[in-house]
Design a protein around this ligand. Sequence first.
Ligand code: CDP
Length: 140
Amino acid sequence: MTDASSRPPVLVAAAVLVEEGRVLLTQRKRGTHLAGAWEFPGGKVEPGEDPRAALVRELGEEIGMEVSVGDPVEVTFHRYPEKSVLLLFFAVTRAPGSPDPQALDVADVKWAGPGELHDELFPPADVAILSKVRALLAPR
Ligand code: CDP
């Protein structure tokens, strides 16, 4: 009963934060699962924690931003060899007066346009929402 497939999934909240036609991405630190991958910023929801509150906490810790968490955008499930993750993606906006994102507890941060969202840069669990995000970024 200790193999990954028998454990419940890790619940993760992640942000889709779009400004001026670009979406905010963070790069995973060295020594972490999927190090070097670019992802939608976020992290684990603690036991008993509201997923939206977890996202506010994670964005504060990782990139020093104050945000408001809006509607769910997508839910994805992915089974990695060592664990499975249930990812809740939310639309997020910067709170008035929030600083710009800084790489406080991530390797790097960037604002990416639709042409930069290449599947191979992302953790597999994030790839499922890329087409939706590209559509959000497309000029209307
Ligand atoms: O920061 P914290 O330790 O709370 O969580 P994390 O390590 O960032 O995320 C937990 C798991 O979710 C890791 O295995 C990540 O690879 C995965 N994850 C993901 O697949 N996509 C994201 N956008 C965020 C996390």
